[in-house]
Design a protein around this ligand. Structure first.
Ligand SMILES: [Zn+2]
Length: 317
């Protein structure tokens, strides 16, 4: 493999797509970002991605194209399977079009699994053989590297976000009752707060900060109000930490990883409660897992692009 060869990495989310030029060392040279609408046909996004890929291909010697995507997605065919954030893409794939037009190999992966792959290749815990990555933002997903292999399941997409952490609790968009996404994603935190809002005094800091109107609730205001002494926010923060730590404990006990790494917008808001989350998780796990580190990603928003890039290197060398 020529060391001058570059990789095209693509990160597809429900509302944004990013295309980047990378190299096998994990260096990102340039990133382009544009909007995506998963309610519109897949051909619209395919055309925009192709336009950017062809522009890059013209000026660079490209090894291949790696695509990290919100799932569920079959990584072999790139076919979507009832993806909640790409709802119009069900049963469709852009793989053939991309391969035919670019004449380059195209590799797909589930975004959170590729994030875990990026962590073991370029992250703070690189070279770990057992690592779990969890992203908590609008949705919740996760990827598992166990004994140096990506765990993909029979259909290519594992969905850690839908493990049940609070039986009988809130539902996610898909309808599972008490799953992690239904209890701890950004929209879930706002919805749960709305339901409890009227039970608290108008003097509560969160109610004052939202002008007594629950329509003004956002995850940021909820977390900010906790620091201003809001009882309602304190309850929400406690419950959120409990649900996330329950998920973490299940993963620690089942997979015995060297580290669990978390990323995503909600995790950034929770960073000031990190020792509380680590304590809640470790003290309820089995004794052998109590010292396992639980960390915030060092790769930040590039984690999925880097994972897509690593995938191409793995598949072509
Ligand atoms: Zn669910």
């Amino acid at each position: 493999m020529s060391i001058n060869k570059k990789i095209i990495a693509v990160d597809i989310g429900g509302s944004n797509i990013r295309v980047a030029i990378t190299n096998p060392d994990g260096k990102i040279f340039k990133k382009i970002s544009f909007e995506n609408d998963g309610n519109k046909d897949i051909s619209i996004a395919t055309e925009k991605i192709l336009y950017n890929i062809l522009n890059i291909k013209e000026k660079n010697n490209i090894l291949g194209i790696g695509i990290s995507s919100a799932g569920p997605i079959d990584p072999n065919t790139g076919t979507y399977n009832h993806s909640p954030n790409l709802s119009s893409w069900h049963g469709k794939s852009m793989k053939k079009t991309l391969e035919q037009v670019t004449n380059l190999p195209v590799f797909f992966g589930h975004d959170a699994t590729l994030a875990a792959l990026a962590e073991v290749t370029h992250g703070e815990f690189k070279n770990s053989e057992n690592l779990i990555y969890i992203t908590i933002s609008t949705g919740i997903g996760g990827g598992i590297i166990a004994n140096n292999k990506m765990i993909t399941g029979k259909s290519g997409s594992i969905e850690l976000g839908h493990m049940i952490v609070n039986p009988g609790g809130e539902k996610c968009n898909i309808g599972c009752v008490g799953c992690l996404e239904g209890c701890a994603s950004g929209p879930a935190i706002v919805n749960i707060t709305k339901k409890l809002y009227d039970n608290y005094s108008d003097e509560d800091a969160l109610k004052k900060m939202t002008n007594l109107d629950k329509k003004n609730l956002t995850t940021k205001i909820i977390f900010d109000a906790e620091k201003m002494g809001s009882d309602l926010s304190r309850k929400i923060v406690q419950d959120t930490l409990k649900h996330i730590s329950t998920g973490i404990i299940n993963l620690l006990n089942i997979f015995d990883p060297e580290v669990i790494i978390l990323g995503g917008g909600v995790i950034n808001s929770l960073s000031s409660y990190w020792s509380e989350l680590q304590n809640m998780s470790n003290k309820r796990a089995l004794p052998g897992h109590r010292k396992t580190p639980i960390k915030i990603t060092s790769l930040e928003e590039d984690v999925c692009l880097l994972g897509a890039s690593v995938l191409v290197t793995k598949e072509t060398t």
